[in-house]
Every structure is written in structure tokens, then in C-alpha cells.
Design a protein around this ligand. Structure first.
Ligand SMILES: Nc1ncnc2c1ncn2[C@@H]1O[C@H](COP(=O)(O)OP(=O)(O)OP(=O)(O)O)[C@@H](O)[C@H]1O
Ligand SMILES: [Mg+2]
Length: 233
């Protein structure tokens, strides 16, 4: 899917003492089969930007479009369904349900689709094996490590096979070999036609050959388009 942001501004708590101008006049286009990385200091607006692409909230002003569809014009109910079908979001803070097992967390996005429990588990098993976390699948999320939580969050985001993958600091808790495995999965997904946006401080990610473009965020603005990867679409 094609992602387009046009003159996007995002304010939090506008007019209040705690107001933050988190995104300032952002223009961005990400093509299908492109992997774009966004770097930038803490608090520069990276997660906010991903949240707008991911339909978690609408811009204060400006336009966000997915395949030409204006997200801010969609009614909330439609937006929820749209998000569920189109977006795989790997949250910086995981957003898993602590009481549920790894398996239950990962298969949750498949429940509304009416897929049988057996098929749900088969799909999850493949991802959990790939992410080397199969041995924890019956553990509640509350009882696994940071890196295991991150891998569970990655599996949950990918289980629906969504066309858009938004990964917020996806390797922050992973070691080198798991981080490289994550990038390898991203490479395969790109081959399958996905559109991928990753925020990262991790040189293993932003310096990876699979990254087509690395953009810098600073104080709510996007700058510095650097071509880093070798991918030629
Ligand atoms: N829900 C919110 N309400 C108010 N302000 C917020 C909210 N979420 C983020 N902010 C503020 O908006 C700015 C951008 O936050 P954001 O989380 O997008 O930054 P980030 O680049 O992802 O940072 P990090 O690298 O630490 O994850 C920060 O100043 C933050 O304090
Ligand atoms: Mg963030």
C-alpha cells in the first residue's frame, strides 16, 4: 500500500499548559515494497508519526492517506476494521495482555476473522519458531523477558499478514542475531509486497542493506533524506 502524509501537524493537549507540537508540517511518501527507517532523538515525534500512519489517531491538520484513502474522513468504526486488516503495528511498549499466554496474545488478531483455533495456532507456531520463542508459547506474557515480549509483539503484528508494517523500535530488546533475524523477515515481507516503516536507533537496523531510505526526525520535523540501502525497486 502507498502511504502518503501531506502537511501533517499533530498537537497533544493543544491550548493546555501541557501542549506539545509533536509533528510539524510532515510530508512523506512511502511506496509499496519500500522499507523506510526513521531515526531521531527521543521525543522527536517518531512514535507519533507511526501512530498517525497506523490510524491510531488523526492529524490535528493535514492529510494521511493509505492507497489514496483519506484516513481522517473515515468513521471510527470503519477505521477500527481498516486498522485491523491493513496495519501490523509493533508497539514500542508492546501493548500485550499480561494475563494471556504468548499464544493467545499472538493469535488475538485472528479471532475476529473467524479463523478456527487450530489454524490460528498453526500460523502462530510458524512465526514463534521463526522468532525462536516457541518454548514460551504457554507462558503468560507477564512472565517472560523483555526480548521475549518484543518477539511476541512482532509475531502478533505479523500474524494477519497485513500489507503495511509499522515497527516502533522493534529491536530495542533484541540481541544481534535476533535483530538480524528480524531484518531478514522484513526482507521477505517486502518481497511479498509489503510497505514497511521502522523507527530505530539501532545501527543494525538503520544501516542494514534492506533499508531503502533513512529519514531523520528532529523536534517534530522530518529532514535529511539519505539513501542507504542497495535495494532497487
Ligand atoms: N499522549 C501524549 N500526550 C501528550 N504528549 C505526548 C503524548 N505522546 C507523546 N507526547 C509528546 O510528544 C513528543 C513526541 O513523542 P513521541 O513518543 O512521538 O517521540 P519519539 O520520537 O517516539 O521518542 P522515543 O525515541 O523516546 O520513543 C514528546 O515530547 C512527548 O512527550
Ligand atoms: Mg517512540
Amino acid at each position: 500500500m502507498m502511504i502518503v502524509l501531506e502537511s501533517v501537524d499533530k498537537w497533544y493537549n493543544r491550548g493546555e499548559v501541557n501542549e506539545v507540537h509533536a509533528l510539524k508540517d510532515i510530508d512523506l511518501q512511502v511506496r509499496e515494497t519500500e522499507i523506510v527507517c526513521i531515526r531521531g532523538p527521543s521525543g522527536s515525534g517518531k512514535s507519533t508519526l507511526l501512530s498517525i500512519i497506523g490510524c491510531l489517531f488523526v492529524p490535528t491538520s493535514g492529510l494521511a492517506l493509505l492507497d489514496g484513502i483519506k484516513l481522517s474522513r473515515l468513521p471510527d468504526r470503519f477505521l477500527t476494521v481498516y486498522r485491523r486488516e491493513k496495519i501490523g503495528f509493533i508497539f514500542q511498549r508492546f501493548q500485550l495482555i499480561p494475563e494471556l499466554s504468548v499464544m493467545a496474545n499472538v493469535t488475538l488478531p485472528l479471532v475476529p476473522l473467524g479463523i478456527s483455533p487450530g489454524e490460528r495456532e498453526r500460523r502462530a507456531d510458524r512465526l514463534l519458531e521463526r522468532l525462536d520463542i516457541q518454548h514460551r508459547k504457554r507462558f503468560p506474557a507477564a512472565e517472560i523477558s523483555g526480548g521475549e515480549l518484543q518477539r511476541t509483539a512482532i509475531a502478533r503484528a505479523l500474524i494477519n499478514d497485513p500489507p503495511v508494517i509499522l515497527a516502533d523500535e522493534p529491536t530495542a530488546h533484541l540481541d544481534t542475531s535476533l535483530s538480524l533475524a528480524f531484518m531478514e523477515i522484513m526482507g521477505e515481507l517486502r518481497q511479498g509486497g509489503k510497505t514497511i516503516v521502522i523507527t530505530s536507533h539501532d545501527p543494525l537496523v538503520f544501516g542494514h542493506a534492506l533499508i531503502d531510505r533513512c529519514l531523520s526526525m528532529r523536534d517534530g520535523s522530518l529532514a535529511g533524506h539519505t539513501e542507504t540501502g542497495s535495494h532497487d525497486p
